[in-house]
Design a binder for this molecule. Structure first.
Ligand SMILES: NC(=O)c1ccc[n+]([C@@H]2O[C@H](COP(=O)([O-])OP(=O)(O)OC[C@H]3O[C@@H](n4cnc5c(N)ncnc54)[C@H](OP(=O)(O)O)[C@@H]3O)[C@@H](O)[C@H]2O)c1
Length: 389
């Protein structure tokens, strides 16, 4: 395993961290349901995977109370028994929904400690900060509370994860002496949310930066469309799509640690092997050029930047927005319009649902990707219901 400087801490984090948001589940994932929404985690496999990663040198595990409908923290707690807890830094998050008033900070943290079977959280992150949540937490006195929890040893360090635009990111970075921040970043999303500029800004201020959604929730790891595959084929060193995405991140000195939400033992083995080959500046300028071209090739094919996080769900009109968008993106990416309704199991439902939007805007208010959902649904409806679709 390769280890990297972790901000100002006198501690080195493994290049790869274990993100416990997409653990294996006992039943197959139904269409339209995201892995992290499924509660039926396959505990035995998940525990083996987390321990295998730690045995291979991973020393950072990231979870949050909402993942897998509350099961992630519990399974991580079980995985960290038998001496594994002391081998890693444990990160979990202060998620909205559990803290409405000041007293809730303690109640929530104590419940998390119990679920995780530990007496302290090394990295406690204010979860998914967006403007409204950031102001609410400050008004509730989050910093005064966190200082007390740090003083009594329940929290090691305070950080935040982020889902809003760059100016707010800068404001938050400057507002407190954070140890770390977690940002959505991958070779497709370099100007999105904090993006590359935010990464450099926070690193320059001494924060450790952990990366979430490095594979865009798996989108960058799948078999690429022909135009992207042809670009990868030009490389002297052949890599899997996942390896390209991960190496591009590790190539950057500002990246402290890449979290991947691995869902199979094989993915753990592959990503550990990738991490072992990683290093700052390890990609050649020619390889970096290939990544730039792959980005452009994807961009020219995949119009809606939905990562299937499901924050927009449920829609009051019953529109499964991520599913409708995925159908549209894939049809556009693979040039499937005109292939006929019977060829795509999800096509008929998506076409119907895309027309149910009444523009209430509830979805746009919570979308971490800030997608103009209402306008896109109109575009999708027109596309999917076109006479030749
Ligand atoms: N703070 C926040 O708001 C927030 C938000 C998102 C994530 N996070 C954290 O960041 C972590 C990482 O984000 P993420 O889970 O979205 O990571 P990711 O690495 O972008 O996506 C994980 C998915 O990629 C696929 N994958 C991983 N390794 C692969 C490989 N070697 N080959 C093929 N496919 C592979 C799997 O998809 P399949 O399951 O489809 O095979 C897996 O479920 C999360 O687990 C969570 O801890 C935090």
């Amino acid at each position: 395993m390769q280890y990297r400087k972790f901000g100002r801490l006198d501690w080195q984090g493994s290049a790869l961290g274990f993100g416990a948001m997409r653990l294996p589940t006992l039943e197959a994932r139904p269409l339209g349901v995201s892995t992290h929404e499924m509660a039926n985690v396959d505990e035995l496999v998940a525990i083996d995977m987390i321990r295998a990663a730690i045995d291979a040198g991973v020393n950072y595990v990231d979870t949050a109370r909402p993942y897998h409908q509350g099961q992630s923290e519990i399974v991580v707690g079980k995985a960290l028994r038998d001496g594994y807890r002391s081998k890693i830094k444990l990160a979990t998050k202060l998620s909205s929904g559990w803290v409405k008033k000041e007293e809730d900070f303690d109640t929530n943290l104590d419940a998390q400690l119990e679920r995780l079977q530990t007496d302290h959280i090394d990295m406690y992150l204010l979860h998914g900060l967006q403007d409204k949540r950031w102001r609410e937490l400050q008004a509730l006195g989050v910093f005064e509370w966190a200082e007390r929890a740090i003083a009594d040893g329940r929290i090691g360090h305070l950080g935040f994860s982020f889902h809003d635009e760059l100016p707010l990111f800068r404001e938050i970075v400057d507002a407190y002496d954070w140890t770390s921040c977690q940002i959505l970043y991958n070779y497709m999303d370099i100007e999105f949310q904090a993006g590359m500029e935010g990464l450099k800004y926070a690193a320059n201020k001494g924060l450790a930066i952990t990366i979430m959604e490095p594979l865009r929730g798996g989108q960058l790891a799948r078999t690429p469309p022909q135009s992207v595959a042809e670009i990868w084929n030009e490389a002297e060193i052949q890599r899997t799509p996942a390896d390209w995405a991960l190496q591009w991140l590790w190539n950057q000195p500002e990246v402290s640690l890449v979290l991947s939400g691995m869902s199979t033992p094989d993915q753990v083995a592959q990503n550990v092997a990738s991490a072992e080959r990683s290093g700052v500046g390890s990609l050649s300028s020619r390889e970096l050029g290939l990544v730039d071209r792959a980005r452009e090739a994807f961009r020219s094919l995949s119009p809606i930047p939905c990562t299937d996080c499901k924050y927009c769900q449920p829609c009051p009109q019953g529109v499964d927005i991520p599913r409708v968008f995925a159908t549209y993106n894939q049809k556009v990416m693979y040039g499937e319009q005109g292939a006929g309704i019977t060829a795509f199991s999800d096509y008929g439902r998506s076409a119907k649902q895309s027309k149910q939007c009444i523009a209430c805007g509830q979805c746009e208010a919570v979308c971490p990707q800030l997608i103009g959902i209402i306008e896109w649904l109109k575009t999708v409806a027109a596309y999917l219901t076109a006479p030749n679709a």
